[in-house]
Design a protein around this ligand. Sequence first.
Ligand SMILES: Cc1cc2nc3c(=O)[nH]c(=O)nc-3n(C[C@H](O)[C@H](O)[C@H](O)COP(=O)(O)O)c2cc1C
Length: 383
Amino acid sequence: MADLRVNFAGVTFKNPLVLASATPGWDGEGMKRAALAGIGGVVPKTIGPVQDWAAHPRNGRLQLIKNGSKAIGMVNLELFTTKTREDWIKEDLAIAKQGGAVMQVSVLAMPHPEETAELVDEIQSTGLVDLLELNVSCPMPASTVGMHIGKSAELTYKQAKIAKSAAKIPLTVKLTPNVSDMVEIAQAVKDAGADGVTISNSIRSFAGVDIETGMPLLRGYGGYTGPAIKPVIMRHLSEVARAVDIPISAIGGVMSFKEIVEYIMLGASTVQTCTAVMWNGYSIITKFLEDLENWMDDKGYKSLDEIRGIALPHITTVEELAKLPPKFANVDVDKCNNCGKCEKVCMYRAISSDDSAACVDQTKCDGCGLCVQWCPKGAIELR
Ligand SMILES: Cc1cc2nc3c(=O)[nH]c(=O)nc-3n(C[C@H](O)[C@H](O)[C@H](O)COP(=O)(O)O)c2cc1C
């Protein structure tokens, strides 16, 4: 049987799956439920100051984003925990710990770095925490915290440095995807001496407009999460993994065990999940882990070390790819049902139908591969 254990930032997890900092870790009980479902690590909602204006319950803050009837993502306006520091320290962290998962605790990088150091010290003094995750990446606040720190390499360096000097346990920094180049920020985190990076928080976004009323679906800018964000996160993850030698925890759009594998193949050590749990409940964790173990056994992998980063050496530039010999669409007439979909999606007008099947004019085909992926019968191949 495959061994799912991983090491991240010097801490051993029994498997790579971690509950991301968000609503499923609203309190100790939520974290414990995730742990009892088998998860390797748990992160609570980010612990910071409790502000009266952001009190709980609130007046609506989540919006599913759909393509037709299928949810492809979610925008949220949720801020930090509404539990007090005392609640977490005296009660909730102990309840979470009963679940037996690695305790990776999210602390807010405060407007003044000295306050960050105090918070780090307070939380680690509980003796219940294995790893700290410094949040410089919340996309909502219009002030001096969250991504307003994380989009600057200099501010991130200052916060990571002071948090690391206060930390007696390993420290990872959760980065924002709302930057054009995450590599320089991850390098700043490494230079500050932190033990890992978490890639990443949600994407600052706008949920949409109700066309009957003209009203925005949510009246503020929020964080976009779920399956739609995976390609954006994978870009940042792979760029950082290729350029900076630092352990990485990846997050964004995990909806099955496959995304866990993909993230590890792009260099991640652990993989976090939030939206999948919010949409399916904590039992989805058990399913992901069973599927991951079965997949590894079927492939004959004994450990996740065998696959970590294996996709990275194959990533290249479009300039290099342009030097490769061209490929053209080829139709298997025995499989083709002549539905016409390939003809509609071919913007090069290279595909037409005769009486029985689609045919490709290879002098016009640009080898884009869109017809291959839309063909309902798997009848087209690029060669
Ligand atoms: C409702 C909600 C609340 C969140 N709260 C936090 C938070 O307090 N701290 C934090 O670092 N990230 C927070 N996140 C971001 C998640 O930890 C995670 O980075 C993001 O959801 C992407 O992962 P997913 O696609 O698996 O949901 C929140 C996300 C959601 C949906």
